[in-house]
Design a protein around this ligand. Structure first.
Ligand code: HEC
Length: 129
């Protein structure tokens, strides 16, 4: 009888440890995805969607400036501050392009790469506000 209870407790503890390990692995994977998304964003998007201000305080960045004009402050001009962009929406814009934003081919950025950029944008919007 006692052994049965002990066995159940042991099973419960093992289950809890397994769950925790799984959660940690998922968090580590998320962090890696966000980090690779940041690298891609910096390489492929930041030239137009970045936050740098140079020319007398004006950004002179086509994406940031266009979105500032488009939303007139209703939504942030910086993609990295947007919480409304779903991965599907980002993928559509990246694959099709819009205005002076060129469409990106799969040889330039893979679907997984776009998902990583989306994960980075979501993470940045959550943590950098
Ligand atoms: C050559 C400049 C340029 C590059 C590079 C660029 N964009 Fe854009 N992007 C723009 C412009 C301009 C717009 C259009 C704004 C408008 O509709 O007035 C835009 C719009 C968008 C939108 C739509 C936002 C909205 O609310 O309408 C998304 C999403 C987006 N870009 C994501 C990206 C991502 C992700 C990358 C990198 C993979 C990227 N862009 C690279 C210039 C660029």
């Amino acid at each position: 009888m006692k052994t049965a209870i002990l066995f159940k407790k042991l099973l419960g503890a093992m289950f809890a440890v397994a769950l925790l390990a799984g959660a940690q692995a998922a968090a580590a994977q998320d962090a890696a995805t966000v980090a690779s998304g940041k690298v891609l964003f910096t390489r492929l998007c930041a030239a137009c969607h970045g936050a740098d201000r140079s020319d007398q305080g004006r950004a002179m960045l086509p994406g940031t400036d266009a979105l500032r004009i488009k939303y007139k402050g209703q939504l942030p001009a910086l993609l990295e501050q947007r919480t409304d962009l779903t991965p599907d929406v980002i993928r559509t814009f990246v694959r099709r392009g819009t205005w002076s934003m060129p469409p990106f081919r799969k040889t330039e950025i893979s679907d997984a790469g776009i998902d990583a950029v989306s994960a980075y944008i979501a993470d940045a919007a959550r943590t950098k506000r």
